[in-house]
Design a protein around this ligand. Structure first.
Ligand code: ZN
Length: 163
């Protein structure tokens, strides 16, 4: 899906003005206390959840360990366990808030497997809806994301406080 160009209606200018940095976005988000600026929607003891700035679909989040590790074999059992628990919680919230009908959950481990940031593993959680793979990506190599990241962040951050 990485070859798809996306339509960035509300935030395209920002994307062009701020190309993806080479530093590790997960470590930057981990160190920062500005959760909104980094779109961090949940923090656990070992792992945290943030919105994907380049989503495959609306509601696409990533769950990463605080440690900068790139392989599953270097992940501690407590990190792996909390990562799965956090994925359950975020799927519950995405189902409730966005009425997701299904999910793709997975990891790209290593650059040859498609990892954009191979040094810091992360679990993708991508909500799916009936008919979301419409003809537009096929004919135009373009995917429209219907909800802005700020709007989604506010929705998830608010639901976290209410929980
Ligand atoms: Zn990192």
């Amino acid at each position: 899906m990485a070859h798809l160009q996306r339509l960035w209606a509300p935030w395209r200018n920002c994307f062009i003005a701020h190309p993806q940095p080479r530093r590790c976005i997960f470590c930057a988000a981990k160190r920062s206390r500005a959760d909104r600026a980094h779109y961090v929607v949940a923090r656990g003891r070992h792992v945290f959840t943030l919105l994907n700035l380049y989503p495959y679909n609306n509601g696409h989040v990533m769950i990463a360990p605080y440690r900068h590790v790139g392989t599953l074999t270097t992940l501690a059992p407590a990190e792996w366990s909390e990562m799965l628990q956090m994925s359950q919680r975020i799927m519950t919230r995405l189902t409730r808030l966005l009425h997701a009908q299904g999910f793709n959950v997975g990891m790209n481990l290593g650059r040859v497997a498609g990892a954009g940031i191979p040094g810091h593993l992360h679990l993708h959680v991508v909500p799916r809806w009936q008919g979301d793979t419409n003809v537009m990506p096929i004919i135009a190599h373009t995917k429209v994301i219907s909800q802005s990241l700020d709007e989604l962040y506010t929705m998830l951050a608010t639901s976290r406080r209410r929980r």
